[in-house]
Design a protein around this ligand. Structure first.
Ligand SMILES: [Zn+2]
Length: 298
């Protein structure tokens, strides 16, 4: 009998400090190893007896600017999507995420810093089979001309289209098959992006206070304003893929299926997850043998 892919945690505790994109507070992020079947669990360390927030679709409570989790407004944690995306990319099932403030640090605006942090901690295989969620039926949600859907597929693949109606961001559509190592090479370094005019407005109302050329691609009327330009020619759509992967990993398990979306965002992605779990015929848990060609992480 071939061995199945095992659950993973990190080998040792690691920490890093950074600025929050919207709050501009310096926050310390700590990742701690966790036992089998713990899942991904968040905790605020600046609040006494704070609640534990598990990565699951119902934990998402605000998706307007970033993905925010936690039902108690005083204990919420914002901008979790890039960390969730990196945990997915490293195949981490079980970890405790501790945070000394209300927002995960933005670092360079991609998930590469989180990947590095996990790399420093080391990845540890655990003594239990890893569970995957296999999509068994077509599930679709729509909102105001936007849609997101899953159809059954043996691997995790994504078809995404973006259209910002802006000369610097051409309308882009792309299909990605997420198989071993693809995430680290092709997705992890893609940074978040924003328009210069929006940054000025957001900062005037007290948002994106920590934002700037160090942690986002800033797009002017006629050019990208970052001195070194783009990291990938199609960095914008790659970052959207990074965000979608992070949003979908809020399930707490890697999904095997084909994700197709036009103009989707954090809110619609979360609505899709809730729709999947509204009917047990839409999905089932499976395990995969170690030599499977459809392993979607490093
Ligand atoms: Zn993002």
């Amino acid at each position: 009998m071939p061995k199945n892919i095992k659950q993973r945690t990190i080998k040792k505790q690691v920490s890093a400090s950074g600025i929050g994109l919207h709050s501009s507070n310096i926050v310390e992020l700590t990742l701690k190893p966790a036992s089998v079947d713990t899942g991904i669990v968040f905790k605020r360390t600046d609040i006494e007896n704070s609640e534990l927030i598990k990565a699951k679709p119902e934990s998402v409570t605000d998706t307007r600017l970033s993905t925010q989790i936690g039902t108690n407004p005083a204990q919420r944690i914002g901008t979790v999507e890039h960390l969730m995306s990196a945990l997915y990319g490293c195949g981490i099932d079980n970890v405790i995420v501790e945070l000394s403030g209300p927002e995960i640090p933005i670092f360079d605006g991609s998930s590469a810093s989180f990947m590095l942090l996990i790399d420093n901690a080391g990845i540890k295989e655990q003594d239990a089979d890893k569970k995957f969620i296999k999509i068994m039926d077509h599930v679709r949600v729509e909102d105001d001309g936007k849609f997101a859907e899953f159809t059954p597929n043996d691997i995790f693949s994504l078809d995404l289209e973006i259209d910002f109606n802006h000369p610097i961001i051409p309308k882009q559509a792309k299909r990605f098959d997420i198989t071993s190592n693809f995430y680290k090479k092709e997705i992890a370094r893609a940074r978040t992006f924003c328009f210069q005019k929006d940054v000025e407005y957001m900062q005037s109302i007290g948002l994106a206070l920590g934002g700037g050329l160090d942690n986002a691609i800033v797009i002017g009327d006629f050019a990208v304003l970052n001195k070194d330009g783009l990291r990938y020619k199609d960095e914008f759509i790659r970052h959207k893929i990074l965000d979608c992967i992070g949003d979908l990993y809020m399930v707490g398990y890697p999904i095997l299926g084909h994700f197709n979306a036009e103009l989707t965002g954090h809110g619609l992605n979360n609505k899709l997850l809730r729709e999947i779990f509204s009917d047990d015929n839409n999905w089932k848990f499976i395990t995969l043998p170690e030599d499977s060609s459809s392993i979607p992480f490093i």
